[in-house]
Design a protein. Structure first.
Length: 429
């Protein structure tokens, strides 16, 4: 067994690395799960801040007299800001480190979310949303890096599944709480309170240990030094992740930002009745995220190869989304709710395994940047579909968008299989 010490970007000397098979067998202890709990909370708050605009849209429309195109412009700008910031955000987290980079990002997006409370014009909302998009971009690479740093490969899928469930918890709680707050106190106070919740998170983060007791994943120095931007951007695993995110993330963003409006237009659900359907959809998505982590872990434990342990849940997810267009012909909201919930469950199962591909394939010091590249491409697809949705919802309806959502995962699965016939696992090598 060989050991090494390494001074990470957080400015601390990390524990000696062990052979990966030994590190995988050792008990993790409580610290990794506390770190994962903080990651979970930050991600849930992140998505609550993102979703608040969609849920408060009817009240903002009434106050500001917005047209569909105004809302579409603000949300497209938000998505574009986050997209452009993602590659830099991944580099920032890898460079500064989790200890300080993550809380700086959470503080910045919390203040941006609170600033929405003072917005009075479309231009002011646009400025707040741009700031929010840039700051929130750091969450995805930071969360993935935390999982890769604190969890060995054999338990990483479960950790990523829990991480991926966090947006759904935020998305379940937000439509149950925000409409009530908005109707009681107004949308200004609602924005302020949701943003302020992120500042409470900061105290919990700094109570956590700064580094793992045993470095679960640590590549030798010479191998880590060889990972450059050039090598990253010419790696098939990087482009498989980026391509899958580009094709499938638009489905998530379409559902997150336009689903409340779809239910309002199609079934005339108002602010008092939208909470339960939206919460149900994201509760189902939570189940998908958890299964997306548990299934490959069980397959690996049963002796299935790492490649097949990823392909099986991804292929199943691609099949489950196919009935989505039937929601357009539903006579009542609940059949549509169940179909949309099935799609988001499949999305989260698929996404969990796409994230795991990146966490498995790259050394810890490059995970943030690799995830940032993939998330950039996913957000690029999100910008395109948001712009298309803002036009189609006003002029043509949702039919082409639902058809695309049903086909996206099959296309993404085929792309991943073509680019990486066999999954690479960088666990201490």
């Amino acid at each position: 067994m060989t050991t090494q010490t390494d001074t990470g970007p957080d400015g601390v000397t990390e524990a000696p690395a062990e052979a990966p098979e030994l590190a995988a067998r050792r008990p993790l202890g409580w610290a990794p799960w506390l770190v994962l709990a903080c990651v979970f909370a930050a991600t849930a708050l992140n998505y609550a801040d993102r979703q608040s605009m969609a849920l408060l849209k009817p009240l903002i429309d009434a106050d500001l007299g917005w047209a569909q195109e105004d809302y579409g412009l603000v949300m497209t700008a938000f998505q574009a800001a986050g997209m452009l910031a993602l590659v830099g955000a991944g580099w920032f987290i890898d460079r500064v480190g989790l200890r300080w980079g993550y809380p700086l990002a959470v503080a910045a997006w919390s203040l941006a979310a609170m600033a929405h409370a003072g917005a009075r014009t479309t231009g002011q909302f646009l400025a707040c949303r741009l700031a929010l998009g840039v700051a929130e971009a750091a969450n995805t690479p930071a969360a993935a890096k935390a999982v890769a740093r604190w969890f060995p490969a054999d338990r990483r899928s479960i950790a990523i599944g829990l991480m991926n469930a966090a947006p759904n918890v935020g998305a379940v709680a937000t439509p149950l709480i925000l409409p009530w707050l908005a109707l009681e106190w107004g949308w200004h106070v609602t924005f302020f309170l949701t943003g302020a919740a992120g500042l409470i998170w900061l105290a919990a983060w700094f109570l956590l240990p700064s580094r793992p007791r045993v470095q679960a994943v640590a590549a030798p120095v010479e191998d880590q030094a060889a990972w450059s931007w050039r090598r990253l951007l010419t790696d098939r695993h990087c482009w498989a992740v980026a391509g899958a995110k580009f094709l499938t993330d638009p489905v998530w963003w379409f559902m997150l930002l336009w689903m409340p409006d779809f239910f309002h237009q199609r079934f005339d659900l108002d602010m008092r009745h939208i909470g339960a359907p939206v919460a149900t959809v994201y509760a189902l998505a939570t189940v998908g995220a958890l299964l997306g982590g548990i299934v490959p872990a069980r397959l690996l434990a049963a002796g299935v190869s790492p490649s097949r342990a990823r392909w099986i849940p991804m292929a199943a997810s691609a099949v489950l989304v196919l009935p989505l267009p039937l929601a357009l012909w539903a006579d009542s909201p609940w059949p549509a709710v169940l179909l949309v919930g099935l799609v988001l469950a499949a999305h989260q199962g698929f996404s969990t395994n796409v994230f795991a591909l990146a966490a498995d394939a790259f050394p810890v010091r490059m995970v943030g940047t690799a995830i940032g590249v993939g998330a950039f491409c996913g957000n690029l697809g999100g910008v395109l579909i948001l712009q298309a949705t803002s036009w189609l919802s006003a002029h043509g309806g949702y039919h082409p968008l639902f058809i695309y959502c049903a086909a996206a995962y099959g296309l993404a699965f085929l792309l991943v299989r073509v680019l990486i016939p066999r999954v690479r696992v960088e666990d201490g090598a």
